[in-house]
Design a protein around this ligand. Structure first.
Ligand code: FAD
Ligand code: UDP
Length: 373
């Protein structure tokens, strides 16, 4: 039996592509080397709580087409991401907004007072630039929010996350953090956000309903040389350098390791996400998974809770490749691989790993929908 598509990877790219291809009457086989389907959005059930095994995932988008598409498969809940920062036990709301400013400075209570204080703090950094653009993350952050916020909420967190001094990091990383002079703790500016009711696995089940799948199946071990015998076309969502046998060299990644444990209390930290912004703690964030799906008194219906500490880690072969590294070497190498990919006949490269591009979930779905047409 020959398939129209052999799809390597059952993450959101592969699963969305398979769903659309099936709708168009195509026959697909989806394989994944992991023991389960869903790629990075897969959740494990522990104590009745959906644990985001490959990192906390919050769906957000302003694209109505994508939002309607996912909601047509599974309705989404009202989760709104409002992380809290813990700096040496002082608590601050994120992203930087009037709540943060009032917590940071006891004499600031109005937007005008907050603006004046930040302006005063920024001035020194802006003057030091003598008219040139900020060259690194430290300069960018100081020009954006000034010294107090930089030192308590940005500097050490960023150094933990990227394993490098803020002066050695590119300015753009910090540009996307919102600064608001209103009392609004919603981390995202998007129109829509939430978590699938019943968890991400439900979304993946719906996408892959009626489609043949194989887990524990590595493309390179089982199909690399023979895929044309089983399918007309290949959809590849694994790492692009691996596809080409690392011919031009290996791409670097940042990865995260998780220490997950059950706590014998119904409510450990009162929020899904707490960022630890000082070097005092070795982890960057602590995730309490139940808060993504249980609200108000529902939290107490489940007597235990599951928390994960996140440690940002330098990638070594064999680890999970999570974040592309945006430096010159890697960008240039990825571009060379992308050029090689364009020449591969009957192969579609898609998703985070195959494009070597940091994608949120919604753009991955959008892209898979487009390419499946
Ligand atoms: P993946 O989900 O990585 O799926 C690729 C699949 O391919 C994997 O299952 C892998 O096992 C399989 N595969 C690879 N090689 C082979 C092979 N040789 N043979 C067989 N199978 C193979 N986005 C958001 O919108 N919001 C968030 O809050 C958010 N948080 C994130 C947190 C972390 C820690 C990370 C890393 C990402 C986060 N993202 C978030 C991004 C999100 O995970 C991606 O957009 C999405 O998972 C990409 O889907 P994908 O199908 O491209 O890749
Ligand atoms: N950041 C920070 N303090 C925080 C949260 C974020 O300094 O409490 C910085 C950090 O440099 C990080 C960047 O903002 O890399 C982007 O953060 P975001 O949470 O948007 O990105 P993600 O961690 O999801 O990649």
């Amino acid at each position: 039996m020959k398939y129209d598509y052999l799809i390597v990877g059952s993450g959101l790219f592969g699963a969305t592509f398979a769903y659309r291809a099936k709708q168009a009457g195509k026959k697909c086989l989806v394989i994944d080397k992991r023991p389960q389907l869903g790629g990075n959005v897969y959740c494990e059930d522990t104590e009745g709580i959906h644990v985001h095994k490959y990192g906390a995932h919050i769906f957000h988008t302003s694209n109505k087409e994508v939002w309607d598409f996912v909601n047509s498969l599974v309705p989404f809940n009202r989760y709104t991401n409002c992380p809290v920062a813990n700096y040496k036990s002082e608590l601050y709301n994120l992203p930087f907004n009037m709540n943060t400013f009032c917590q940071m400075w006891s004499d600031v209570r109005t937007p005008d007072e907050a603006k004046a204080r930040i302006e005063e703090q920024r001035r020194e950094a802006v003057e030091a630039l003598h008219g040139r653009e900020p060259q690194n993350l430290e300069e960018q952050a100081l020009c954006l929010v000034g010294k107090d916020i930089y030192e308590k909420l940005i500097k050490e967190y960023t150094e933990k996350q990227w394993g490098r001094d803020c002066k050695e990091l590119p300015a753009f990383i910090i540009k996307r953090l919102p600064v608001r002079f209103i009392f609004d703790n919603n981390y995202f500016n998007d129109l829509y956000q939430g978590i699938p009711i019943g968890g991400y696995n439900k979304l993946i089940e719906k996408l892959l309903e009626g489609i043949e799948t194989k887990t524990d199946c590595d493309f390179f071990a089982e199909y690399k040389d023979s895929w044309r015998e089983v399918a007309d076309k290949l959809v590849y969502t694994g790492p692009i350098d691996e596809y080409f046998g690392y011919r031009l060299g290996r791409l670097d990644w940042r990865t995260v390791s998780f220490k997950t444990r059950i706590e014998d209390t119904p409510n450990y930290q009162g929020n899904a996400v707490i960022n630890y912004t000082s070097h005092e703690k070795p982890y960057t964030r602590v995730i309490e998974h139940k808060h993504f799906e249980l609200f108000g008194e529902e939290v107490y219906k489940c007597p235990k809770t599951v928390v994960s500490e996140e440690y940002s880690t330098e990638y070594k072969p064999g680890m999970e490749p999570y974040y592309p590294v945006n430096d010159e070497r890697n960008n240039a190498l990825a571009e060379q691989y992308r050029e090689m990919a364009k020449k591969e006949k009957d192969v579609i490269f898609g998703g985070r790993l195959a494009e070597y591009k940091y994608y949120d979930m919604a753009p991955v779905i959008e892209k898979a929908i487009k390419l499946s047409l």
